[in-house]
Design a protein around this ligand. Structure first.
Ligand code: AFP
Length: 299
């Protein structure tokens, strides 16, 4: 089944329009990656050097989303302030997650959260979320609150389109993989102990350094991804609004759970657009276990 037909039958009209726009823009972004990976001198609001591809993908998605007339605002990890628009859906995005992995050709991605309230707001106000992988395949994985579905980019005559790859994706019951970001020496002690126990239980360590790529294999194989609290960075690295909450929404729809080490990521109400939190996401029993270890260390 083609994406447009699926969206017509299974998505609210506004989210269908936004998803179709993201799908088309993601192909433009993907095609531009080899040509746009030189460094620019600007820095983004978090002080990181931006690559041309970061700027290009940000602008391409902003244009595509505002062009639908369905977004009320578009906030991005690459912009200090949201772009205001005339529709009804607040969109938060990380337009190119893992862009430092372009040179090595590891998977990279894009993340989108569709919120019903003005940004910044809690993940419980998400009405849908979507991520794109630019890996061995370009895929769209999304949920509008009724299961997680996946499409893959394929050539369709002279142009590219998206074909259905899977419906109602669920995390497998038996977890197989784990991947933790940051340096091991910096992890808070309960996380370091939990990580060792995963190895002893026979799970495999798989880490590519892009959240989208690392989470995507957890969804496929079962397990846990974390960018944990670090001793010198207790609020972790990943942005709640742009990255953690949208992926937590999809993960919950796939039968999993995501925590900041104290509670559900979707309950965090960020007061700043770029607010970060630790993230533990994937198969519910594993995430509950590390959350329990962290909470009991604190008490
Ligand atoms: P970039 O977008 O700068 O490549 O960062 C990617 C990222 O935010 C996220 O996708 C990864 O999970 C995380 O950084 C990896 O960080 P470490 O290199 O510190 O493990």
């Amino acid at each position: 089944m083609k994406l447009d037909e699926f969206l017509r039958l299974n998505a609210p009209e506004d989210l269908a329009g936004l998803t179709a726009a993201i799908a088309m823009a993601s192909l433009t972004v993907w095609e531009s990656i080899p040509f746009k990976s030189g460094l620019l001198s600007e820095v983004n609001p978090s002080g990181e050097t931006q690559k041309a591809i970061d700027v290009y993908s940000n602008d391409a998605f902003v244009e595509a989303l505002t062009g639908t007339g369905l977004a009320s605002e578009v906030a991005s990890e690459e912009m200090a302030e949201p772009v205001e628009a005339k529709g009804g859906v607040s969109v938060a995005m990380d337009p190119l997650d893992g862009s430092s992995n372009v040179d090595t050709n590891n998977p990279i991605g894009s993340i989108f959260g569709f919120y019903s309230k003005k940004l910044p707001t809690a993940g419980k106000n998400l009405t849908g979320a979507l991520y794109v992988t630019y890996g061995s395949m370009v895929t769209l994985t999304f949920s509008f609150g009724k299961g997680v579905h996946r499409f893959v980019a394929v050539r369709d005559g002279g142009s590219m389109g998206f074909e259905l790859l899977g419906v109602n994706l669920k995390l497998p019951a038996k977890p197989e993989v784990y991947g933790f970001g940051g340096a091991r020496k910096d992890w808070i002690p309960p996380v370091a102990r939990f990580w060792h126990s995963l190895e002893e239980r026979g799970l495999r360590n798989r880490y590519c350094g892009t959240f989208v790529g690392d989470y995507n294999q957890v969804l496929t194989r079962g397990g846990i991804f974390s960018y944990p609290a670090l001793v010198n960075r207790p609020r972790g690295k990943l942005r709640v609004l742009y990255e953690s909450a949208p992926m937590a929404y999809i993960n919950q729809q796939a039968g999993g759970y995501a925590s900041d080490g104290e509670g559900n990521i979707l309950d965090i109400a960020p007061t700043e657009l770029a607010e970060t939190s630790p993230l533990y996401i994937g198969s519910e029993p594993l995430v509950r276990e590390v959350e329990g270890d962290i909470l009991s260390e604190k008490s």
